[in-house]
Ligand binder design. Sequence first.
Ligand SMILES: O=C(CO)[C@H](O)[C@H](O)COP(=O)(O)O
Length: 230
Amino acid sequence: MKRTGGSNEAKRRAGEAAADRVTDGEVVGLGTGSTAAHAIRALGRAVDSGLDIRGVPTSFQSRELAREVGIPLTTLDEATPDVAIDGADEVAGFDLVKGGGAAHAREKYVASAADRLLVVADDSKLTDALAGPVPVEFLPDARAPVATAIREAGGEPTLRAAERKDGPVVTDNGNLVFDCAFEAIDPEPLAATLSAIPGVVEHGLFVGLADAVFVGRADGVERRAPPLSE
Ligand SMILES: O=C(CO)[C@H](O)[C@H](O)COP(=O)(O)O
């Protein structure tokens, strides 16, 4: 579920600090959401000033914004991202819950293909332990067996409803999303369990993918990196 508590200023600081790490000639995975949008706008300004990059969007939203701000686009068929910049709904250490915008499938394979993932988040996203709910994108025909398997794994799935449209959220890939509540989340085994359910396209647990987290606050931005990424 999307957390909307953070200030826009804190999101802007995080997004701009991560965009500042992108260098000439790089291919950049362009994440989805309001914090990633700040990074995309900052990259657009840098392109105006002569930075030579190409972007790989992770959603309809990020593609539209990238086009609007003048970032040349490419695809994973043409190029491998050097870096991906993306937001998160929860950040515990370097583990994430993503998918508040239902874009987590593309976000995950773009981030996984990239050499490094820079996470951008305001400080309201920080938590000691991931609590969920965990978004799970699934093939529409598989709704009943996927729900059963999630319950067997200890979760309670709720079909994500659309706003300003009757019925469910339909992802950019034409699929549906369950938001799954769990009593407690052990990220690595739960990620493996969810990935193994037939009909699941992708879940929003990002484990072992983040190379740095840029935490935006009202008065500045902090870069956190695991010891090996320093
Ligand atoms: O995972 C995502 C979209 O699927 C977003 O990155 C996540 O929901 C954070 O969004 P925001 O920066 O607007 O808080």
